[in-house]
Ligand binder design. Structure first.
Ligand code: LLP
Length: 449
């Protein structure tokens, strides 16, 4: 078990080369903080992130991309906590957003609008207006109807909207079907062959400033070759558009670099940079990438407590106090996050447990794990690689309050989102006045008989 857990910890370190999650004196530590110490101050379940892991990942990626001149816009959807955004912004990161809400998050984290890109397939006019009013760097447009809407809104505001057209390159990212976005049957992007006519149309519109192209083929991409295929297609398009006298100065290359949730290796970001250089590097365009998961995924854990051990004929199930509402990925994509006991029991025999949450759905199962020590009610576990698409996808299903989030930096930790109270959950709801008045009127009685 000890070896297995250490291998998992090694896997979790990924390419960052840092050691933010380690066992010391048999207790799991995140940086220099014993996770069990946080549990005494913060009720489970809660998310916990390592500042150092985020910093190291950002510096590793931006360092690898520096020679090709590509800048980084963090995909806020992966983890929109203001402290996490602030940490990344402080390192120089821009932001990629997909809603008015994410725009407000980025602005609240003091990211300048000039470093924010607005992606996404469905934007409301009110969201477009707000983005233009604050001076957004770029709006990535995904259809002709959206281009018209951006033009209308910009015209009404008397501004010129900087737009990039998101290309659907019809490339298979070879990832989970639910997070593949670059094939022609996916709802995302503008078909490759429609780009020249639409880019020409944007050029002709005085309220639009077409600045370039964008592409994003999917998420959790472990084999980098689809990037080469997609970026090569973009390079072809740039040549074609330029041959028609159209100006292209920016390319947004999307996000999607995957992380190993098991023992596998993380994609080599140096190789990713090489692909960028060899495909679009010589085009004299401003380059941007929009990673989310790679920057924050390995930096986070979800800490939970075992409520009950349920023994049935064919298995042992540990029922924990975190559920699919807290971490949706196992139920939604069949994802398996590594699990680490907070206290490492070197004497413990290897046990196989199914780990399940309390939510009333059969899909609320984190997975079946081997090589765990004997678990008892009250033991604590941490699910690894939970820094991306964990808290940001959480819901209050089953009237379960949103888990707290904690940030660690060296030997200190701080709650960066308090646990939502049930009062706050109920405060938005009102009973109708006819429910509140229990005395039926004469008219109601007449209807009743
Ligand atoms: N840019 C765009 C336009 C995107 O749609 C996405 C992710 C990203 C960048 C960032 O992708 P990343 O580098 O994080 O892979 N909930 C799923 C992932 C959904 C990704 C959606 N778009 C999951 O938990 O696996």
């Amino acid at each position: 078990m000890a070896e297995h857990a250490m291998a998992m910890v090694d896997a979790l370190r990924g390419d960052t080369g840092s050691q933010q999650l380690v066992y010391r004196d048999q207790a799991l530590h995140i940086e220099s903080v014993c996770v069990d110490r946080i549990v005494t101050a913060v009720p489970t379940p809660f998310y916990c992130y390592s500042s150092d892991a985020i910093r190291t990942a950002y510096r590793t990626l931006s360092g690898a991309l520096k020679p090709v001149g590509a800048s980084v816009c963090f995909a806020v959807k992966a983890n929109g906590n203001l402290s996490v955004l602030g940490l990344l912004a402080g390192l120089g990161s821009g932001m990629d957003i997909v809603s008015g809400g994410e725009l407000e998050r980025a602005l609240a984290a003091r990211v300048p609008a000039s470093k924010i890109i607005f992606s996404g397939v469905g934007k409301k006019r009110s969201e477009i207006a707000r983005a233009l009013e604050v001076g957004i760097h770029q709006i990535n447009v995904e259809s002709e109807a959206e281009l018209d809407a951006v033009g209308d809104v910009a015209g009404a505001l008397g501004v010129r909207a900087p737009v990039a057209l998101r290309v659907n390159p019809d490339v298979d990212a070879r990832t989970h079907a639910k997070i593949s976005t670059g094939k022609k049957e996916d709802k995302f992007g503008i078909p490759f062959e429609d780009i020249p006519a639409l880019y020409t149309k944007a050029f002709a519109a005085p309220e639009l400033d077409p600045v370039g192209l964008a592409v994003h083929i999917g998420s959790q991409i472990l084999d980098l070759s689809p990037y080469r295929a997609a970026y090569s297609r973009i390079a072809d398009l740039v040549s074609l558009l330029r041959s028609q006298g159209l100006r292209i100065s920016r390319l947004d290359l999307g996000g999607g670099i995957g992380i190993p949730y098991d023992h596998g290796a993380s994609p080599d970001v140096g190789e990713y940079a090489t692909i960028i250089r060899e495909t679009v590097g010589g085009l004299d365009c401003e380059l941007t990438v929009e990673p989310g998961r790679w920057l924050v995924g390995p930096a986070g854990i979800l800490v939970t407590e075992v409520l009950f051990i349920k023994e049935t004929a064919d298995r042992l199930t540990a029922i924990v106090d975190a559920g699919m509402n807290d971490l949706m990925r196992p139920a939604m994509y069949g994802a398996v996050h590594p699990v680490f006991p907070l206290m490492q029991d070197c004497q413990g025999k290897s046990h196989i447990y199914q780990i399940a949450g309390p939510v009333c759905e059969s899909s609320d199962v984190f997975g079946t794990y081997r090589d765990l020590p004997a678990l008892r009610s009250g033991d604590r576990l941490a699910f690894g690689c939970a820094g991306a698409y964990g808290a940001s996808m959480a819901s209050t299903y089953n009237a379960r309050d949103l888990a707290a989030e904690v940030l660690v930096d060296r030997d200190r930790f701080r709650v960066i989102r308090r646990r939502q109270t049930i009062e706050a959950l109920l405060a938005l709801e009102d009973e109708t006045e006819w429910q509140v008045s229990p005395i039926p009127s004469a008219g109601d009685l007449a209807h009743a008989f």
